[in-house]
Write a protein that binds this ligand. Structure first.
Ligand SMILES: NC(=O)c1ccc[n+]([C@@H]2O[C@H](COP(=O)([O-])OP(=O)(O)OC[C@H]3O[C@@H](n4cnc5c(N)ncnc54)[C@H](O)[C@@H]3O)[C@@H](O)[C@H]2O)c1
Length: 322
């Protein structure tokens, strides 16, 4: 089995490659080719333990991601999400690779929003706004910049120091102007918004947005978690990563449904259906579009397989014998 370090992964895989990998796996998922039981979440004290298995018949890969999430970890100077991904050969059960689950999660979550931005946002989108200057917030902006000619971005975070550090690091890394947002008024400028926080109430009001904005909302993955105003959600064209998982897990859809503002039928379908050409994406520059993701196991499989294949090709990683 190969152990592939986070440092190796950083140099092996680019965001555009990860977006391409998400394109194929979401297409497979929506056409019923890959198998993905709904994930199991156990709560042990303050820690949540997530177990996410998946299988893709295309290259005979199986994967499992084990993640821990402790919401107060940032106050201890620790990452909220930690874990491991194991990649296996489904023909013989061999363990092929083991890698950092935190890196894979950030890569594939960013790449999914990149894919959604590519198929749903206006091609002339130049201004982005990101909520959450954390681990996901960084790959969200990187992915949006990979598919749209973004020149300027605003970062919102409750933690002013985190926002300042993000603005400096992402400006340097991406070669665009990233500003710490002083007020929600700047949202009027944003063509693409990504929400990547643990918020439990809407981060802004519908009236503060551009009428034809595209939003990638990735933060809410429990029924009590909410980042978006329900009246905006019910008036947008809604696409998701996986219908069943989103309807089981996210307050961003369950709250507007429980308030009677919309029904399940309001969700147009999955991003994989758009990729497969069985569902229309954005049809005009005037529409408002939402990609809501809770994160699904096949994304981890696709990202891990991409990393593994590139590591094999470039002779990277350390062979580990159990
Ligand atoms: N959809 C997916 O596939 C997916 C994948 C990974 C993580 N997530 C979720 O995304 C969220 C962010 O994860 P992360 O790993 O980046 O966490 P993180 O702790 O690294 O960053 C979160 C940031 O959001 C900020 N924040 C929290 N509440 C806020 C608010 N109301 N307004 C503005 N900023 C606020 C925090 O200060 C922090 O800087 C979590 O809820 C996580 O569960 C979703």
């Amino acid at each position: 089995m190969k152990f592939i370090s986070t440092e190796n992964m950083r140099s092996l895989v680019s965001m555009p490659e990860a977006i391409t990998a998400m394109r194929s796996i979401f297409g497979e998922l929506s056409s019923g080719k890959s198998i993905m039981p709904v994930r199991s979440v156990s709560t042990f004290g303050e820690m949540m333990l997530l177990y996410k298995p998946s299988y893709s018949p295309i290259n005979n890969y199986a994967a499992v991601k084990l993640l821990t999430q402790v919401e107060s970890n940032p106050t201890r100077g620790l990452p909220m999400i930690q874990g491991l991904v194991f990649l296996m050969d489904s023909t013989n059960g061999n363990l092929l690779a083991m890698m950092d689950g935190k890196f894979i999660t950030a890569l594939r979550t960013g790449a999914a929003s990149g894919l959604a931005t590519e198929v749903l946002s206006r091609p002339d989108s130049t201004i982005a706004a990101i909520f959450g200057a954390g681990v996901q917030g960084a790959t969200q902006l990187e992915a949006v910049c990979a598919v749209r000619p973004i020149k300027k971005a605003y970062i919102f975070d409750l933690n002013a120091k985190a926002a300042e550090a993000y603005a400096q690091q992402q400006s340097e890394k991406l070669g665009i102007h990233v500003y710490v947002a002083e007020s929600l008024d700047v949202l009027r400028e944003a063509d693409v918004i990504c929400t990547a926080t643990g918020a439990r109430a809407p981060l802004f009001q519908a009236s503060q947005l551009k009428p034809n904005v595209h939003i990638n909302a990735i933060g809410s993955f429990r029924p009590h978690m909410q980042e978006l105003p329900p009246e905006w959600v019910s008036s947008a064209k809604i696409y998701v990563d996986h219908v069943e998982s989103c309807l089981a897990e996210t307050g961003d859809l369950l709250i507007p449904i429980s308030k009677g503002l919309m029904t399940r039928q309001h969700i147009l379908g999955e991003i994989g259906e758009v990729v497969n050409g069985t569902l229309d994406g954005r049809m005009s520059p005037n529409e408002k579009t939402l990609f809501k993701s809770v994160g699904v196991a096949v994304q981890d499989l696709a990202a891990a397989a991409l990393v593994y294949e590139k590591a094999l090709a470039q002779g990277c990683g350390t062979e580990v014998t159990l």
